[in-house]
Design a protein around this ligand. Sequence first.
Ligand SMILES: C[S@@+](CC[C@H](N)C(=O)[O-])C[C@H]1O[C@@H](n2cnc3c(N)ncnc32)[C@H](O)[C@@H]1O
Length: 236
Amino acid sequence: MKKLMEYYDTLAKDYDKIYKNKNIEYMRIIEQEILNNEVKKDYLILDIGCGTGEQLDYLRDYNIVGLDISLEMAKRAKNKTGKFLFVGNAEHLPFKNKSFNCVISLFGALNHVQINRAFKEVRRILTKNGVFIFSIANVYNIGWIIRSLKKRGLIKTKRAIEHKKGDIVKYIDGKRIKVNTKFYSIKDVENILKKYNFYVKYTFGTNITNSPLDRIIYKTFLKNFGVYVGAVAIKK
Ligand SMILES: C[S@@+](CC[C@H](N)C(=O)[O-])C[C@H]1O[C@@H](n2cnc3c(N)ncnc32)[C@H](O)[C@@H]1O
């Protein structure tokens, strides 16, 4: 956990510079479309892994609070949005049972957790019929697979896909920072939701083509190949 916190604390300063770019433009558009469709005005919402506040800012007119494992991320989210912020871990949420009508976690916080613990916690803090909206790195990210086939060849790429684990490496002010990440498929997402007794309203993919086409295909079979995969699920 210490390494994870250090990684995101170091990244926080440059996060908006690094991630406000055209490469994820359509991921953000799909995320916003899903939030527009699924989030209701009377919900109390928790944003797990809020980072510098991308979704808190987008949902600024809603009752929403943020939680992040990185103090540096949380400080920036607080300054940007003025929303209430918690520093904490998705695996041990500091809230009473049935506290929220909706939990969102978009673009990556859940890649770094023991997924069973996090889903159990989300289930615990949601009200009955509460909505869980999340996205997570996709093991069948087609762009990555093609690049890897060219760089590493078939056998190493196949092994990496089977392994479902990897590292993200970044250089911030000349310092090399690294974090472990896990990858999931749509099938994995469905299975884990079922295990924790969620009804899967739909699954989706983001950044499939990073073009306007994504708005048409994000819930189709092609969702299996996005950079991220996710779901809208309801606590039964
Ligand atoms: C890639 S950022 C995404 C931030 C934001 N949701 C967005 O869309 O830009 C992932 C965030 O998850 C946070 N995070 C990672 N592991 C976490 C954990 N176990 N509990 C809470 N937050 C975590 C990181 O500190 C980071 O701010």
